[in-house]
Design a protein around this ligand. Structure first.
Ligand code: ZN
Ligand code: ZN
Length: 339
C-alpha cells in the first residue's frame, strides 16, 4: 500500500510502497477515504515542538483526522463490521485506568498513544486503529466532510463546552479560520449570539455568513469598545495563534466572562492580575476532546448545523499542502483523498 512517510524532521514526506499493515486482535484495518491535514501535523513534520519530537515514532505516517471503511478486523472485535465507515481521532488509545480517564477526560490520559505520532496515522491507503477508538460516522456525512471534525471539530466543541457557553450568551470567536469557522457555527447552533473577530472585510463577511450576528475587525481602534457596546462577551474562544488576540479577548469580556484557550502562540500568555480580579474573569483551556465529544460533533454535523469548509486533494499532493500551510495560504481545512 501507498503511505506518506516522514524520513526525518523537516524533510518532505516520501510517498512509498510499504507492506500492508496487519491488525492485532483488538484493532481494525481501515481503508482511508479521507484524512484532514492539521496544523499539529506540520509541527510534527517540521520537528519544531520538543514534545512531538520525543513522541514521534521513526518513519512516521502522520495524520489524525481519519475517516474510512473497515476492511479487516481483529479476532476480538465484535462491535464493528467489515464495510462500516469509521473515523479515528488524535487519541489512538487511552488507558481507561488513570485518574483523568476515570474522570471522563480520556483526552488527558497520562499514558495515551496519539494517532499519526506514536503510531502511524492516516496519510496512507490503509491504517490500523484500536476498534474501541474507531467511531462510526453518520451516513449523512461524506468522509471528507467528517474527517476534520475528528480534531478541529472536537477541539472547538470542547472549548465551547469548557467555557460553559449557553443559549442567549454573547460568544466571541477570535480567528474565523479552520477552527474558528466551526466555532461560530457551533455556538450559533447552541443558541448563542456570536461575534466574529478577524482581520479584513472578507473574513468578517465569512463570519456573518456562518451565523455571526456581529463581526468586528480587530485592527479597528475601537474594536474592544464595539464588543463592550454589545454588553461584553460571556465567552471568548481564541482560535488565533496570535498573542494580541488573547490580550484583546480578555478586554472584551463582560464581568465573570470566560476566556477559552485554543490557539497556541509560541510565546507565553500574560495577563494583568488586576484585569482578572477586577472582572472575576475565568480562563479555561481545551485539549482536543474525548470520544463523547466526537459523537456530539458528528451529530451536530449530520443534522446540518455545522459544516466544515474543506478543500480535497489527492494524497500524492501532501507536500504541496504542507507548503501552503507553512505560507498561511489555506482557507478552512485541507483533506487528503487517500484511496
Ligand atoms: Zn489536529
Ligand atoms: Zn488514562
Amino acid at each position: 500500500m501507498k503511505a506518506a512517510i516522514l524520513p526525518a524532521f523537516g524533510q518532505p514526506l516520501l510517498l512509498e510502497d510499504v507492506p500492508r499493515p496487519v491488525p492485532t486482535a483488538d484493532e481494525v484495518l481501515i481503508a482511508v477515504e479521507a484524512c484532514g491535514v492539521c496544523h499539529s501535523d506540520l509541527h510534527i513534520i517540521d520537528g519544531d515542538t520538543p514534545a512531538f519530537r520525543t513522541a514521534a515514532k521513526p518513519r512516521l505516517v502522520p495524520g489524525h483526522e481519519v475517516v474510512g471503511k473497515v476492511v479487516e478486523r481483529g479476532a476480538s472485535v465484535t462491535h464493528l463490521q467489515i464495510g462500516d465507515r469509521v473515523g479515528v481521532p488524535w487519541i489512538h488509545w487511552a488507558c481507561g485506568e488513570c485518574e483523568p480517564c476515570r474522570e471522563g477526560n480520556e483526552n488527558l490520559c497520562r499514558r495515551s498513544v496519539v494517532t499519526g505520532l506514536g503510531v502511524d496515522g492516516g496519510y496512507a491507503e490503509l491504517m490500523r486503529a484500536k476498534a474501541a477508538f474507531a467511531l462510526k460516522v453518520p451516513a449523512a456525512l461524506s468522509a471528507a466532510q467528517a474527517a476534520p471534525l475528528f480534531c478541529a471539530g472536537i477541539t472547538v466543541y470542547r472549548a465551547l463546552k469548557n467555557a460553559g457557553v449557553a443559549a442567549g450568551q454573547r460568544v466571541g470567536v477570535f480567528g474565523v479560520g479552520g477552527l474558528g469557522h466551526l466555532a461560530v457555527q457551533m455556538a450559533k447552533a447552541w443558541g448563542a449570539q456570536v461575534v466574529g473577530f478577524d482581520i479584513g472585510e472578507e473574513k468578517l463577511a465569512f463570519a456573518r455568513q456562518l451565523g455571526a450576528g456581529h463581526a468586528i475587525d480587530v485592527r479597528a481602534d475601537d474594536a474592544v469598545k464595539q464588543a463592550k457596546a454589545l454588553g461584553g462577551l460571556h465567552a471568548a474562544i481564541v482560535t488565533s495563534a496570535a498573542k494580541p488576540a488573547y490580550d484583546m479577548a480578555l478586554r472584551c469580556l463582560r464581568p465573570t466572562g470566560t476566556l477559552a484557550v485554543v490557539g497556541l502562540p509560541p510565546e507565553p500568555l500574560t495577563f494583568p492580575a488586576l484585569a482578572l480580579v477586577g472582572s472575576e474573569a475565568r480562563i479555561v483551556a481545551a485539549a482536543i476532546g474525548t470520544r463523547d465529544d466526537v459523537r456530539a460533533v458528528l451529530d451536530l454535523a449530520a443534522s446540518g448545523k455545522v459544516a466544515c469548509r474543506i478543500e480535497e486533494v489527492p494524497l500524492a499532493d501532501v507536500n504541496e499542502v504542507l507548503d501552503r500551510m507553512r505560507r498561511g495560504a489555506i482557507r478552512g481545512r485541507m483533506v487528503l483523498r487517500c484511496c
